[in-house]
Design a protein around this ligand. Structure first.
Ligand SMILES: Cc1ncc(COP(=O)(O)O)c(C=O)c1O
Length: 386
């Protein structure tokens, strides 16, 4: 789901399909484009006849899922004929314990993507506005468009920095939601704690801050804040988290939001009853307690991030210092050539053109072996581009 990009959505027009009778779709659909997934491993294998394909395109966990989550899924399989728990009670209780908040301050959803949609459904009337940075994760725009709301996109500052004042300047009486992705996808840059607090203190009453902290586990800067401390202090913001990244559960779909109890109640009011399947609930619950897997994941990422950056440096490729599990690398006019050539060699990265960054590629941090393979392929490709 990470690959959703507004640029890659094509209009909802099916060639050869003529409108029959029936209602017209909502006007909002005219501005929406369907999800165009990135290239999959099986796709690239088949297209180029390759045995080995390495995917560094969707910021997934290179170590795989938490083993405790796998076991929990196996244990839960015999009960698959039962509906899941509509309120994900054990998972929310454990989250409350771990994060020192109340269970009523959590909502679990079918990935953080669903949470973004739920927030938009709960708060946006047609003509309302959301404010967010650009480039950033595309789903905030998707949720706003779905509700016929307007998107005010504020350019990141130099070096892709997130500046609270720039965002505040874009907020007006019609702005209901402000989405901040920190660490930001696709740049890996973040909103420092002091800036986050400043932003929160200046937002008007009718405006809710949504801090998308999907990549928070990977951030190790002293001045990074994931928003939970603010929530514990009673601040009014919503923090989004996912089990798709650090916990390695992207395929089973689970994420959660934490916020003030009244905001969570609004989100519960628009969610479908059985939005999170039973296997996802037990997997997420088990992964939360798999300290060893999380530790190994964070270590692999920290070491891999340095390895990748140093390797790119050696090749003369500029990269953006990242607080996440991916990195933007600058290839200039050769970016799309490099992207294609890497595919042919069995390495899938992400073309950043869709974020308005045609000279950049976004590379997920893999294992040491995957990074070395990428760097070896890049050496070869850059030589051939000279
Ligand atoms: C910033 C950000 N938020 C949310 C998500 C969605 O996560 P999930 O897989 O939980 O839907 C992604 C996925 O890539 C992301 O990059």
């Amino acid at each position: 789901m990470e690959n959703r990009q507004s640029f890659s959505r094509q209009a909802f027009h099916l060639p050869g399909v003529r409108a029959a009778s029936g209602p017209s779709p909502r006007a909002a659909l005219a501005g929406m484009q369907p999800y165009a997934p990135g290239r999959s491993i099986s796709d690239i294998r088949a297209e180029f006849g390759l045995e080995r394909v390495v995917k560094l395109a969707s910021n997934e966990n290179p170590l795989g899922p938490s083993p405790l989550a796998l076991q929990a899924v196996r244990d839960a399989l015999p009960d698959m004929h039962r509906y899941p728990d509509d309120r994900a009670v054990p998972l929310r209780s454990r989250l409350a314990e771990k994060l020192s908040l109340q269970a009523c301050q959590f909502i679990v959803a079918n990935g953080a993507d669903e949470l973004i949609t739920l927030i938009c459904e709960a708060y946006l009337e047609p003509g309302d506005r959301i404010a967010t940075f650009a480039p950033t994760f595309s789903e905030y725009g998707f949720g706003a468009r779905l509700m016929n709301a307007e998107i005010v996109a504020v350019p990141l500052a130099d070096s892709f920095a997130l500046r609270a004042d720039d965002l505040l300047a874009a907020v007006d009486a019609r702005t209901k939601l402000v989405f901040v992705c920190s660490p930001n996808n696709p740049t890996g840059t973040y909103l420092p704690k002091a800036e986050l607090e400043y932003l929160l203190s200046r937002l008007p009453n009718g405006c809710l801050l949504v801090l998308d902290a999907a990549y928070s586990h990977f951030a190790d800067a002293q001045d990074y804040a994931d928003g939970f401390e603010l929530l514990r202090a009673g601040a009014r913001l919503v923090v989004l988290q996912t089990f798709s990244k650090a916990y390695g559960l992207a395929g089973i779909r689970a994420g959660f939001a934490a916020g003030p109890a009244d905001v969570v109640a609004h989100l519960l009011a628009v969610k479908e009853p059985f939005n999170v399947n039973a296997l996802a609930q037990v997997a997420a619950r088990a992964a939360l307690d798999d300290e060893a897997h999380l530790k190994a994941t964070l270590r692999t990422n920290a070491v891999g991030r340095d390895r990748l950056r140093e390797g790119l440096d050696r090749l003369g490729v500029r990269s953006v210092k990242s607080q996440s599990n991916f990195m933007l690398a600058h290839f200039g006019a050769r970016a799309s050539f490099v992207y294609e050539q890497l595919l042919r060699r069995g390495v899938i990265v992400r073309d950043a053109a869709g974020w308005g960054l045609p000279e950049w590629l976004r590379v997920s941090v893999g294992t040491a072996e995957e990074i070395d393979l990428l760097l070896a392929c890049l050496t070869d490709v850059l030589r051939s581009a000279d």
